[in-house]
Write a protein that binds this ligand. Structure first.
Ligand SMILES: [Zn+2]
Length: 300
């Protein structure tokens, strides 16, 4: 991937299908390193790790170069050329003279995309550009904001990712963080991530029921593991503070399921990390016991 992105800071705006070819590589490896099945939504595999799209990475490199060009001395020929392009493409703060083959035009297009026009206009008026650290932070924050909004839009538009939407957070996947803390439990915790990352799908269970949401059926209502599920809930009850337990169990089944898979539904989002970690380890232990049930219809 680094080879294919060499010099991407001076690329012009590429056709969408070229970006797509690069994204495919990242999506493939993001599933591979998490051990997620191929059927997992790519959106989820990237969101678990909070990976940005390759397009966002390329945009960031172009904007960093823009910052360097603005800060460089006017004695350089490339700087004079850059100022010429700036005058050609931006007039009264508005982007015009569209030239999609120009890397400079691409940079100016990106300042609009990531709401950096005020900063560049300030440079045009005063010749003062942010220093490297501030410009880099600004780019990072704005790209992050644009990417997060897009990811949330795509997830909320998909019915089959409704459960995942209730589990995800704005940070790195909580259970992957637990894996760093408890490496000897990696396999069980990784299975929990795989289950939480799967789409909501209708499947036939070993008990004979065709469940609308197969994962929900196994974890919340299947008769085959009823006794073990009751044991699981009793063990959670023994660990968790009474107030949290009441709040958790006063939620509906979807919220309880979200909690079991690493989510933080309303009422339990202030639970102590150690308590939550212990609960997740217990849930992961039971999920491993039920793996044959899941594998009856899913490949985990
Ligand atoms: Zn069943």
């Amino acid at each position: 991937m680094p080879c294919s992105l060499y010099g991407c800071n001076v690329w012009r705006q590429l056709p969408l299908k070229v970006y797509e070819m690069l994204e495919v590589i990242q999506r493939y490896f993001s599933k591979k390193i998490q051990g997620l099945p191929k059927q997992t939504a790519s959106l989820v595999s990237l969101d678990n790790l909070k990976l940005r799209t390759i397009q966002a990475y390329i945009d960031k490199q172009a904007l960093l170069l823009l910052g360097r060009l603005c800060r460089s001395s006017c004695g350089y020929y490339f700087k004079q050329l850059f100022i010429g392009r700036l005058a050609q493409y931006i007039c009264n703060g508005v982007l015009n003279n569209r030239c999609y083959r120009s890397p400079c035009f691409n940079m100016f297009r990106l300042i609009q995309k990531y709401s950096l026009c005020d900063d560049v206009n300030e440079y045009i008026m005063s010749s003062n550009m942010h220093n490297k650290a501030k410009w880099s932070l600004l780019i990072n924050n704005n790209i992050q904001r644009v990417e997060s909004i897009e990811v949330m839009r795509q997830i909320s538009a998909r019915q089959d990712l409704r459960r995942y939407a209730s589990i995800r957070s704005d940070e790195f996947h909580r259970i992957w963080i637990l894996c760093q803390r408890f490496p000897h439990k990696f396999s069980a915790l990784a299975t929990l991530v795989r289950i939480g990352s799967s789409k909501m799908q209708s499947r036939e269970c070993r008990c004979g029921i065709v469940a609308h949401d197969f994962i929900r059926h196994i974890l919340m209502s299947c008769n085959i593991n009823l006794q073990e599920r009751n044991d699981l809930f009793e063990r959670i009850c023994d660990i968790i503070n009474v107030d949290y337990f009441v709040m958790l169990w006063s939620n509906d089944d979807d919220d309880i399921l979200s909690f079991l898979l690493g989510g933080m539904p309303h009422g339990v989002n202030k639970i102590e990390f150690e308590t939550w970690a212990n609960i997740m380890l217990i849930v992961a232990e039971y999920v491993m016991k039920w793996k044959p049930l899941f594998m009856y219809s899913y490949s985990l």
